[in-house]
Write a protein that binds this ligand. Structure first.
Ligand SMILES: C[S@@+](CC[C@H](N)C(=O)[O-])C[C@H]1O[C@@H](n2cnc3c(N)ncnc32)[C@H](O)[C@@H]1O
Length: 274
C-alpha cells in the first residue's frame, strides 16, 4: 500500500480514479483509501470481482502473445493502458520480438508517472497522456506518429476502456475513428463490461447495481449487451472463438476459471481489419 501521506505531484487522492480502483482489483499497490472504498462497494455486489480483474490481465497476456507470435504484429497502441502491473503489454510483445514498439495511452496522470519510471530504459516503448474521447488527437500525437508505421498492421488494444465512456460520449464513434485509421491486417482487441441479459438473468440484475455504484463513485461504468459490444468491431472480422467470456478466449490450462458471477460480467474478443 502506498503511504497515504505521499502522492506524486498532481495526483488528487481525495477523488477515486478508475486506474487506481482497477489497480486494487488486480492486486496492485498504487491505490489510495478512496479507491479501496470504491472497490469495496463493488465487492459487496460482486464478491468475486477481483477474479474478473485477474481474468482481464490473463486475457491481455494471451491476446498480446497471440497477436505477436501467431499474427506477427510488431506495433501496439494500448488505449487506457492502466497502471503498470506484473506483466505488461510491452513485456509480452517484446518477449516475442524485442524490437516491437508499444505506445501506452491513458488520461490518468498517475499512469504517466509510473509508466515513465518503468520505461526509463526502454526506447521502443512510450507512454502518452491523452484522452480516448479525442481519438484524432491520439492519432495525430507526435509520439504515436513517430513510433508507429500506419502502413503496417497495428495491434489496437481497447481493454476495459470503452465501458468508461458514457453513451453520450459516443464510444461507437470513438471506436470507428480509430478503426478507420488502421491499415489492413491490423487487429482490434476489446474487453468490455458485459450485461449478459437473458443469457444470465441473475447476473444481469447484479450488473444494474454495479453500474449504479460505479456511476455514483467514479462517474463512469456501462455494462453493455453483447450486440452493443460487437458493434465496436465494425466490419473487422472476429477471430475464433469470437466475442466470449474472457476465460473462454483461447484459454491456457493455468487460466481456466470457475464460472462464478464475475465470469459473466466481462466479454472480450479480437478482430482483424480485412
Ligand atoms: C480498467 S483500466 C484497464 C487497464 C488495462 N487496459 C487492462 O485491461 O488491464 C481502464 C483504464 O482506462 C483509463 N481511462 C479511463 N477513461 C479514459 C479516457 N477517457 N481516456 C484515456 N484513458 C482512460 C483509466 O485511467 C484506466 O487506467
Amino acid at each position: 500500500m502506498v503511504n497515504e501521506e505521499w502522492a506524486p505531484p498532481g495526483i488528487d487522492t481525495t477523488k477515486p480514479s478508475v486506474a487506481r480502483v482497477y489497480d486494487f482489483m488486480v492486486g496492485g499497490k498504487d491505490n489510495y483509501a478512496i479507491d479501496r472504498m470504491v472497490a469495496q462497494r463493488a465487492l459487496e455486489i460482486m464478491p468475486d470481482a477481483q477474479e474478473a480483474g485477474r481474468a482481464c490481465r490473463a486475457f491481455l497476456r494471451r491476446v498480446v502473445h497471440y497477436l505477436a507470435a501467431d499474427v506477427g504484429i510488431r506495433q501496439f497502441l494500448d488505449l487506457g493502458s492502466g497502471l503498470p502491473t506484473d506483466t505488461n503489454v510491452h513485456q509480452v510483445a517484446q518477449s516475442v520480438d524485442p524490437a516491437t514498439r508499444v505506445i501506452y495511452v491513458d488520461n490518468d496522470p498517475m499512469v504517466l508517472v509510473h509508466g515513465r519510471a518503468l520505461l526509463a530504459s526502454n526506447d521502443t516503448t512510450a507512454v502518452v497522456q491523452a484522452d480516448i474521447r479525442e481519438p484524432q488527437q491520439i492519432l495525430d500525437h507526435d509520439v504515436v506518429r513517430d513510433q508507429l508505421d500506419f502502413t503496417e498492421p497495428i495491434g489496437l488494444l481497447m481493454l476495459s476502456i470503452l465501458h468508461h465512456l458514457n453513451d453520450d460520449e459516443d464510444p461507437g464513434a470513438v471506436a470507428a475513428t480509430l478503426r478507420d485509421a488502421l491499415p489492413s491486417g491490423s487487429h482490434l482487441a476489446i474487453i468490455h463490461f458485459w450485461d449478459p441479459a437473458e443469457e444470465q438473468p441473475e447476473v444481469a440484475a447484479k450488473v444494474v447495481d454495479a453500474e449504479r455504484v460505479f456511476n455514483e463513485t467514479l462517474g463512469t461504468g456501462r455494462w453493455r449487451r453483447r450486440d452493443e459490444v460487437q458493434a465496436y468491431f465494425g466490419d473487422f472480422e472476429l477471430v475464433e472463438p469470437g466475442l466470449v467470456p474472457l476465460a473462454e478466449w483461447r484459454p491456457n490450462d493455468k487460466d481456466k476459471a470457475e464460472q462464478t458471477d464475475s465470469y459473466y460480467t466481462m466479454i472480450g474478443g479480437v478482430a482483424r481489419k480485412p
